[in-house]
Design a protein around this ligand. Structure first.
Ligand SMILES: [Zn+2]
Length: 590
């Protein structure tokens, strides 16, 4: 059975789905979704069609009122179950009735207590990378794009939002419904919905923030620069082709900082810090409107095409919005995080390559910042080799050439060699893309903010700790870079002194705190335990939670606390986060 994508049963010789019309009924108390979906293929079917599913119940498969034969094959790890449909010869359309439950790994069903108001349940989806198949049967490969409509029923007074154009609300004998239309073709991983007590506030004529009522004003202020970011994006990368750009601020258990669902970015509320210091995540998700959502990786093996390009694009937007000093400081932080991830996997691990075979590997498990930052720094090298003007022209040509298409790394490299042959010849492309570890030509970044941090770090190496006055004006990112630059373990009394100088007890930056707690735990600063426990229990993006849990599990004094803490937090977090943390603890023997 030929498969072009190691994470999907899709066989493109059978045709590709080009349109789906959904009718969905969401029951919050029962925690299930009943769906009927009408599918259209891009050509008459040769007879059979394989779709991806994961723990979905199929009730019927029909074509023009005739029941079609179908079978669900035994579940395989990672992939799920192949739904094999027969009897489609010559047909372009068919429909499926299906049900998904609490077991759907794309979904997190939240109790009222897990929301800001505590009054209503909340539901949201996270389909990247291969979770859309747990929500509806599909060719769950980023190489297949389709448009869709959806009629969604959910219990009043809850509001449904989707990464699509909202249509009217209506009602019939079965109750009220919300309608959505997605006119731009998307891969399945960009299908997204949320249901809950959600209100909205306009930011500009094409930008709106959605959030729970308690957060809406703070969120609308925090992300108030989105229109400006969008304009910078258009100037840099070409027209914005998705009509509107809105964001939805989710409850804290959302596993990522942000998810670039088209027309409706999903964001974690830990980014609402009151000082706009974490809005580079918004710039990142918004930049995906060009790199990732418009030009998409063909398989998850080409993930760096989505994330390396977007980290690069995000940095260009930040540079325009907040100046070069801040943009370059963030790049220094990214260099530190890249080294951290490469060290964790080992410099000869294939997981540190930009492209490698992912046969038998769960993309969720392979998730790290390597495709993001190693990818970005590869592009920075190309930019420096080509000169910014030529590279900017190349970016726009690249996006225009592949808009609404899904491409492989090799297709990108071919385009690069055609359009920028001289720059391509000056960068060791093979080393960057196909070899593990840190490439020898890692770019350096200069920033006034960084110089201040470097001065404090070298004073520390000579035995002098920073005073509160010295660091009082520092940005949260400077603190983060400092923590990344310090040794992994330092004397316990030094941790205490840093805790006071930086006033970490009143720091709100989630990422910065995760680095501080890690340092404190590894250094044996046992007073930190209640704060570190609270940090984990409050929940937040996966990578930061994982950093603290891993430190707890790795250190002798804290190891006995790791498993009980995990058991307490597990019911509050997304299944993806839970599975990752469980693996971490198993690995550490906690
Ligand atoms: Zn991204």
């Amino acid at each position: 059975m030929p498969r072009h994508d190691p994470h999907s049963y899709a066989d493109l010789k059978q045709g590709s789905i080009e349109r789906i019309d959904f009718d969905l009924r969401i029951r919050m108390d029962e925690r299930d979704i009943h769906g009927v979906a009408r599918y259209r293929l891009d050509r008459p079917s040769p007879g059979v069609l394989d779709l991806d599913t994961h723990r979905i119940t199929i009730d019927s498969v029909r074509s023009e009122k005739t029941d079609l034969p179908w079978s669900l094959e035994p579940e395989e790890a990672i992939l799920g179950q192949r739904l094999h449909i027969e009897g489609l010869t010559g047909a372009k359309e068919f429909s499926l009735a299906f049900r998904c439950t609490e077991e759907a790994r794309a979904l997190q069903w939240l109790n009222p207590e897990q929301t800001a108001s505590g009054k209503h349940p909340f539901l949201y989806s996270q389909c990247q990378s291969i979770n859309a198949r747990s929500l509806f049967p599909c060719q769950d490969s980023p190489s297949v794009r389709f448009t869709y409509s959806a009629r969604v029923r959910a219990p009043a007074p809850l509001r449904v939002v989707m990464a699509a154009a909202p249509g009217d609300e209506g009602s019939d004998q079965q109750g009220s419904f919300h309608r959505f239309e997605m006119p731009q073709p998307i891969p399945s991983y960009l299908f997204a919905l949320a249901v809950g007590e959600i209100v909205s506030k306009e930011v500009s004529h094409r930008c709106r923030v959605y959030a729970e009522p308690a957060l809406i004003d703070a969120a609308a202020w925090e992300f108030g620069e989105m229109e400006m970011m969008l304009s910078h994006g258009e100037e840099l990368f070409g027209p914005y082709l998705w009509d509107r750009y809105d964001v939805l601020v989710l409850p804290r258990s959302f596993p990522y900082s942000g998810m670039e669902n088209p027309r409706l970015t999903f964001l974690n509320p830990v980014l609402v810090t009151g000082d706009r210091s974490e809005t580079d995540t918004l710039a990142h998700e918004l930049a995906h409107s060009w790199t990732g959502n418009l030009v998409t990786n063909a398989t998850w093996e080409d993930f760096w095409l989505n994330e390396g390009w977007t980290s690069y694009a995000e940095s260009r937007i930040t540079e325009r919005l907040s100046g070069e000093d801040l943009a370059q400081l963030l790049n220094v932080a990214k260099s530190g995080q890249l080294r951290e991830d490469i060290t964790r996997y080992g410099a000869d691990s294939k997981l540190t390559c930009l492209k490698y075979s992912q046969e038998g590997i769960d993309p969720e498990e392979a998730f790290s910042r390597i495709p993001y930052y190693k990818g970005q720094f590869f592009l920075v090298n190309l930019e420096r080799a080509a000169g910014r003007q030529a590279f900017d022209r190349f970016i726009r040509e690249y996006i225009q050439a592949f808009a609404f298409r899904s491409i492989t790394t090799e297709a990108f490299l071919e385009f690069l060699h055609q359009r920028l042959p001289q720059a391509a010849a000056r960068v060791p492309i093979d080393e960057w893309i196909y070899r593990p570890g840190l490439p020898s030509s890692l770019p350096e970044f200069r920033s006034r903010y960084y110089d201040q941090v470097a001065a404090v770090v070298s004073a520390y190496r000579e035995g002098r700790l920073p005073t509160r006055a010295e660091v009082s004006g520092w940005t949260p990112r400077q603190r983060e870079v400092l923590l990344l630059m310090l040794p992994e373990r330092i004397p316990e009394q030094d941790v205490r002194a840093l805790d006071e100088a930086f006033d970490f007890a009143s720091t709100v930056s989630y990422v910065t705190l995760s680095y501080f707690y890690r340092l404190a735990i590894l250094s044996g600063y046992q007073d930190i335990l209640p704060r570190a426990q609270k940090f984990v229990l409050d929940t937040g993006p996966l990578l930061s939670m994982e950093r603290v849990m891993r430190a707890l599990a790795q250190t002798d004094w804290s190891r006995p606390h790791a498993r009980p803490l995990f058991e307490r937090v597990r019911p509050r977090i997304h299944p993806v986060t839970g599975a990752r943390l469980a693996r971490e603890l198993d690995r550490a023997g906690a």
